[in-house]
Design a protein around this ligand. Structure first.
Ligand code: F2R
Ligand code: MG
Ligand code: MG
Length: 341
């Protein structure tokens, strides 16, 4: 049985949360542009303006708070989460939500159960958008194994994204965030192994094809535009999560460069850079990002409070588990995957 991993440091918890917010805010002005010139991005970086986030971070904050408040259960309550997401949309509908997301969240806010609301879009098949993947990284902070992260990711997704690909995108990014958080910074990341591990929790031929392509593209060190053409850079989960993975895996120890690569690939820039930013932040910690970025983040205080809450709870839980393990009697199931949902 794989042991439960040691809790991540506060710096890495904050890195995951702040990396997502930075990617979102740095990519937001270019969302929908087919290509982004390096000079445009440099200008935005140097502008000195506040780094304002969009729906990506607004909803990731909701999920992070949901998990932090339910730390004893270590999981997702679908009914509560659906309502909390809908309330966040209702409070700030101007954050740049997708049309399907607005419809689903509006129905939930009006009292329709999420299981019906999530199927009320796109002819009943539900959304395959990347909206569940863009908010999912915080589940890695409470997950006890890769499988647990992917399952929490899927469960957090189904309340708004009924389509299989919308849910697989969230499972994939959640699994990648878990692996990034528990990787050793500075030590070479085994890309082929990580993609294989993801393939075990994302069981779909079309996703496996993308994982194979990511491996090849990294070997050839392709430019952002080339990667976007090969993997997609649109608002669908299957057309964006793989590019975020590539941006991270190709330069996993360079926090700023990961986000820049994702933005320069164009398309759904806020979301792809947000997903890549969460991964690289989880591996390297918040201090790896330029201070000139983090000091301008709109959500700095909220992110800091959440990082405190989550990392304190993880350390307390972990020391409680150690004490409990010392006095454990035969027959108790412990370890990976025992955290439930
Ligand atoms: N939507 C945007 N940005 C464009 C609008 C910005 C806004 N008007 C403004 O200027 O302020 N960004 C955000 O949406 C993406 C996440 O999307 P989510 O939450 O999954 O929403 P939705 O609407 O469900 O899906 C997005 C689009 O994907 C297409 N789509 C999804 N499922 C489909 C299906 N089954 N069949 C056909 N098309 C489907 C639709 O075009 C949806 O509108 C992120 O980029 C976030 O930043
Ligand atoms: Mg957005
Ligand atoms: Mg977007």
């Amino acid at each position: 049985m794989t042991p439960t991993p040691a809790p991540a440091s506060r710096g890495r918890v904050l890195g995951l949360l702040a990396g997502g917010a930075l990617g979102d805010a740095l990519g937001a002005p270019f969302e929908g542009q087919s290509a982004v010139a390096a000079a445009e991005l440099t200008e935005h970086e140097k502008s000195g303006t506040r780094l304002t986030h969009t729906d990506d971070t607004a909803l990731a904050l909701v999920l992070a708070r949901h998990l932090a408040d339910r730390r004893d259960e270590r999981g997702v309550d679908g009914d509560m989460l659906a309502l909390e997401l809908a309330q966040a949309w209702k409070a700030e509908p101007w954050r740049g939500y997708g049309s399907g997301a607005q419809h689903v969240l509006g129905l939930i806010e009006a009292g329709v159960p999420w299981s019906r609301a999530a199927r009320a879009t796109f002819g009943g098949q539900g959304s395959y958008g990347n909206g569940a993947a863009m908010r999912v990284a915080p589940v890695a902070l409470v997950a006890t194994s890769l499988h647990h992260a992917a399952e929490l990711g899927r469960r957090s997704a189904e309340v708004t994204h009924a389509h299989e690909d919308g849910q697989l995108g969230a499972a994939c990014l959640a699994g990648a965030a878990y692996l990034a958080l528990h990787s050793t910074p500075g030590r070479r990341l085994d890309v082929a192994r990580l993609l294989q591990d993801l393939g075990r929790v994302v069981r779909s031929r079309s996703w496996h094809q993308k994982f194979d392509r990511i491996g090849e593209l990294i070997r050839h060190e392709v430019a952002p535009g080339h990667a976007a053409r090969a993997l997609g850079n649109d608002v669908s989960a299957l057309g964006s999560v793989p590019l975020a993975l590539l941006a991270f895996l190709g330069r996993c120890d360079e926090a700023a460069e990961t986000i820049r690569y994702a933005v320069l690939a164009g398309g759904d820039t806020d979301t792809i850079a947000s997903m890549a930013g969460a991964l690289v932040g989880a591996r390297n910690g918040a201090a790896a990002f330029p201070e000139s970025w983090t000091s301008r983040l709109e959500a700095t205080e909220q992110l800091g409070r959440l990082a405190d809450q989550i990392s304190t709870a993880s350390r307390t839980r972990s020391s409680g588990e150690e004490n409990h393990a010392g006095s454990d009697v035969v027959g108790t199931q412990r370890g990976a995957g025992s955290g439930g949902g």
